[in-house]
Design a protein around this ligand. Sequence first.
Ligand SMILES: CC(C)(COP(=O)(O)OP(=O)(O)OC[C@H]1O[C@@H](n2cnc3c(N)ncnc32)[C@H](O)[C@@H]1OP(=O)(O)O)[C@@H](O)C(=O)NCCC(=O)NCCS
Length: 436
Amino acid sequence: MGDSNSNSPPGSPKENPDQDADKKPIAKDDSTLETIVRRIQDSISIGKKHKFWESQPVGQFKDIGDASLAEGPIEPPTLLSEVKQEPYNLPSQYEWTTCDIDLEETCTEVYNLLTNNYVEDDENMFRFNYSKEFLRWALRPPGYYRSWHIGVRAKGSKKLVAFITGVPARIRVRDEVVKMAEVNFLCVHKKLRSKRLAPVLIKEVTRRVHLENIWQAAYTAGVVLPTPITTCQYWHRSLNPKKLIDVGFSRLGARMTMSRTIKLYKLPDSPATPGFRKMELRDVPAVTRLLRDYLSQFIVAPDFDENDVEHWLLPAENVVDSFLVESQENHEITDFCSFYTLPSSILGNQNYSTLKAAYSFYNIATKTPLLQLMNDALIVAKQKDFDVFNALDVMQNQSFLKELKFGPGDGQLHYYLYNYRIRNGIAPSELGLVLL
Ligand SMILES: CC(C)(COP(=O)(O)OP(=O)(O)OC[C@H]1O[C@@H](n2cnc3c(N)ncnc32)[C@H](O)[C@@H]1OP(=O)(O)O)[C@@H](O)C(=O)NCCC(=O)NCCS
């Protein structure tokens, strides 16, 4: 586990929480063999040469703990006329393509590349299966640039063999709001791995971001690179334990039967909180206020305006779900929760082909206890037939994970900033940003 080529999460829980029905799940302690192995692997990775990343304006391992380095941009912007005007060179058999995700045919090509070649868990049992609707949502936020949806094709066959994307975002670091690119969906076809194509893709997206006069980026990866601003862990809450066990996502706990496990994870049929309902277009201003106020407490968080909230949080079928609590007395919006839909393909199982996973997005509790709000989120996710509800230990999530019977997964997710130094790194609980 650890430094495999995974971006964490299709990832299965290492162990089920202790499943004695009358006990709370016990968190995996820090001394498990896997944790120790991962620590060692991570430290090897820190000692490892990163020929590409060492040449980039990112925090370097050798600078960890150096208090003399100022926070903020590592390199100043250059004049736009000094940005390289032509694309980087590819090996001669390949060519650049800008992917117009509005075209059904192109969207299908991207979908197929990712479905067959994107992130897998460490044991290669699951692979992310982002839907086409999801990709169109993820890649077309307000102010997006089509030039940042970058593909590589084989010159002969025109087959799409690699991909990388950026979308614009305003991200606040302490009291500075910085225009950034959120870089995602880096993928090289399995047959073209280890040929140093990834650095070319990263340099090309960086060049096209620079051409828009943007000089910073945020990204996540399952691998350790120079240098994470924080390292988060995925937690998983079983909604359909029988299927999760049948497909090898989780294991039956010691001293547990299937029927006791099913009982342990059983949820009420409908949400408990009075006034809990789906978010609508008319709620955008109130949700924006709630969210902006909430996110202001975190060291790194997006700076969302109403357009962003309408795009990222208004419910979209099979893409993103958002619920809120409207006060029965004064109709004020007091609480909010959301999750996005990201299935994984189940590789090589006779009975099942897809794991339906919900991923916790942004949650805000001002009147309803967060625990109760998230329990209602689990209930609606179960109603919508999700098999599992995943959450990172970011923001205030730690406060409900164990209580609501989430178990720690083996997926670690490292967060990075490009060309922006944060002096000491931050804790997951100080991070208010969820990338897709
Ligand atoms: C990630 C992926 C594109 C890397 O391609 P590759 O063929 O394995 O690696 P290449 O030989 O092209 O490049 C290696 C360089 O890319 C870097 N790299 C690898 N994965 C990376 C990632 N996820 N993000 C940023 N850089 C990455 C390596 O660290 C190395 O640079 P270094 O020498 O400075 O350490 C490829 O493995 C892949 O498509 N994997 C499945 C999807 C995936 O994991 N995507 C990333 C999601 S964050």
